[in-house]
Design a binder for this molecule. Sequence first.
Ligand code: ZN
Length: 334
Amino acid sequence: MSKIITIKVKEDLKISALKKGEVNRISVHLSDNALGVPWRLPVIVVRGNHRGPTLGITAAVHGDELNGISTIFKLLETIDPSHLKGNLVLVPISNVPGYLKNQRYFSDNVDLNRIMPGKPVGTTSQIYAHHFTQKIIKKFDYLLDLHTASHGRVNSLYLRADLDNEQTRTLAYLQSPQIIVKKYDEQGTLRSWANENGIPAITVEIGNPNAFQHNLIDETLDGVLNTMRHLKMIEGKVQDLITDAVVCDHSYWIYSKRGGIVDVFPGLTEQIRKGDVIAKVYDVFGQVKEEIVADRSGIVIGKNVRPNCESGTRILHIGVNIIAPEAEDIPGHD
Ligand SMILES: [Zn+2]
């Protein structure tokens, strides 16, 4: 165990002022809580001795999505700062109030990942988002934003990335996912704002909320290290990790029409066929009210695991139109 040091609060993140060849731990003041004291954003900067890009990794933008925190901690234990080229900026808990309340949303119940880049004068969450993007994210050259499924659902290890853009496609193909979904940037997400501002960014969805799933965390870590090798931040040969991944043109949720007690059948990453019964909705007397059928063939990306559902509950997230990546687009492919 290393010595625990007290972390001081800083008003801004100034990477050039930090010690080279070391791990720097900083709390950055974003906005204030109701006690009038700063929300302290934990930021870990591994500053290399040599020149190179700044790779940012953010986790828990949704406060109950925790697998990214462990990914960051494991990465920190793997990297030797004296050999690093460039900077690694790690934000293990991006949504501090949400994390404290063990919830997806910010303290005002707003989804931070729908309001980026926030506003300097605005609502509670907008002000926090503004300082988060301006003080932290703006300083990155590349961004990996680590998420998980939402409360009541489970996910495979999958990526959302714009595969038509060469830089984000390369970032995506460097990872070690089970599934990639070609995704155009939705307005208000951190990924969208970063990409619009010249910071290639992808979203990595690592399994389930409220847990550490070490098999998926280790696969995510493999992808992060591969990215660092590709960016020449660390030594080593770039590997083709996506050989087994399924790449989908797009994805969508199948919803329930009726409410009641739902049982969802297919497992994660299972291939389903059009016409398969994917779930049954029961009434409270055990009678089947609805059989939910797949309207297309595809692969299961995520699913509902909370049995009590109202009409219009998200039941199954499927990826469709499976496409084969071009060999020349895959880094490390021989
Ligand atoms: Zn999320």
